[in-house]
Design a protein around this ligand. Structure first.
Ligand code: SF4
Length: 432
């Protein structure tokens, strides 16, 4: 049975118990959210590790790794998987498109305890290219075989582009313009496939069969966003909205069938549209967990897109998005290195935390670090920071071992002055 079916029968699973304790949410509330499709539980099947995503839970972050056709190095991908986990990612997407995809996926699965996600279309098109020298020659059934194979291997969640059907293609054609065209790899290949074969997307046409496979393995369905905007100027266009509408309809069908489901969002989006983006998705999908890819709030930050994405991710989370896909400094420029992965994960973690300060009123660590700064208690400042190891290293590299303040202001350190002259006159906070 899937977590959703168990919840419907009021069976408390190991995953529900774990998420309830970790996130300090009463089990009954969590179960109700799962029944209503507002929360999903992902499981790394081999290591039996769980991650809850959705209503009343902290915002989670995903790190995507994987080879390209230009750069294939299994060892590097395994290192990136380890770096992502160590840096605090909650899930990992293995998105390889070059090399032996079965081998890479299975080695990554062996080397991480995070729930792993995939985009099955990548492998289906890869195999079509290898076999027929042409992705549009992909037999429609192949993608279902790939889904089953990846489920068997232990993949926890899959981005499946079922919402990209002939209706959304028609909408895209009618719209007839886009500044940045299409930026989803799976989406672009699927559109080419539909046009060349003059057929419906098999992931839409055979959505019932897709669900049967996912249900058998309790693999979480993440309804992919193949028409997401790749430019802020393209955000919220009619083609995107059409696909979102279809994804929300499919989300209802999947949840009624007992499959845990997430809906994906953009992409590139101006900052003033983020609130509407989250609220529209939440309303149309019946509060399904919302997975945003970034989002990037400007198109000009190449080399710094992790910052653009952190701004978009923080706002999205504050308005209710549940799951952020990280963006690394290499976005739009090249395949990320292990160092890029680390920076991307930490940037997304900060974004998720900022969002949770508003969404869940999670301000405890901020309060603790503020008091530690007041008291110039360096140990606590490191402890409550988002990256204790890094903040300690920076401090040590810039200060003497017995430093009271730090080299930023030297003897002009305000908290030191306050400590010396005003200790008894100033009331520190409300409770301490
Ligand atoms: S020297 Fe300046 S930056 Fe450093 S602890 Fe004091 S006030 Fe803060």
């Amino acid at each position: 049975m899937t977590e959703k079916e168990c919840a419907s029968k009021n069976i408390i699973t190991e995953g529900m118990r774990y998420v309830s304790e970790k996130e300090k949410i009463p089990a009954e509330k969590l179960v109700q959210n799962i029944i209503e499709g507002k929360t999903v539980i992902l499981r790394n099947k081999a290591k039996n590790k769980f991650v809850g995503i959705g209503k009343d839970l902290s915002t989670k972050i995903n790190a995507s790794i994987g080879t390209s056709t230009n750069h294939i190095n299994l060892e590097e991908e395994i290192i990136k998987a380890a770096v992502a986990e160590k840096s605090g990612a909650d899930t990992l997407m293995e998105l390889s498109v070059g090399g032996d995809l079965d081998l890479i996926r299975n080695e990554v699965l062996k080397n991480t305890s995070l729930p792993v996600g995939t985009v099955p279309l990548y492998q289906a098109f890869r195999e079509a290219i290898d076999t027929y020298k042409n992705p549009v020659k992909m037999p429609g059934d192949l993608v279902l075989d790939v889904i089953e194979k990846q489920c068997e291997d232990g993949v926890s969640f899959m981005a499946i582009h079922s919402g990209l059907n002939l209706m959304s293609l028609e909408r895209l054609k009618k719209q007839s313009y886009r500044y940045a065209g299409l930026v989803s790899k799976g989406g672009a290949y699927m559109i080419a496939w539909m046009i060349e074969n003059n057929k419906e997307n098999p992931l839409y046409e055979r959505f019932g069969d897709v669900l049967k496979i996912l249900k058998k393995y309790d693999t979480v369905l993440s309804l992919g966003n193949g028409l997401r905007a790749g430019a802020t100027a393209d955000s919220f266009d009619r083609a995107y909205m059409q696909e979102l509408l279809i994804n929300c309809e499919l989300c209802d069908i999947a949840r009624d069938y007992g499959v845990q489901t997430i809906v994906e969002g953009p992409g590139h989006i101006p900052i003033d549209e983020i609130e509407a983006n989250v609220k529209i998705q939440k309303k149309m999908s019946g509060d399904a967990p919302f997975y945003v890819l970034g989002p990037l709030v400007t198109d000009v930050a190449a080399g710094y897109d992790h910052i653009s994405s952190a701004v978009g991710g923080a706002l999205s989370s504050s308005f209710g998005a549940d799951f952020l896909c990280y963006v690394t400094p290499a976005e739009h420029l090249g395949l990320p290195s292990a160092e890029d992965v680390e920076i991307g994960v930490k940037s997304a973690k900060i974004a998720a935390h900022i969002g949770d300060m508003v969404k869940l009123k999670k301000t405890g660590d901020d309060l603790n670090i503020s008091k530690a700064r007041r008291d110039i208690d360096w140990g606590s400042q490191f402890k409550y920071s988002i990256d204790p190891e890094y903040s300690r290293t920076v401090f040590k590299s810039k200060n003497e071992d017995d430093a009271a303040g730090c080299s930023m202001c030297g003897e002009f350190c305000a908290p030191l002055r306050v400590k010396k002259y005003f200790r008894h006159e100033i009331k520190y906070g409300k409770k301490s």
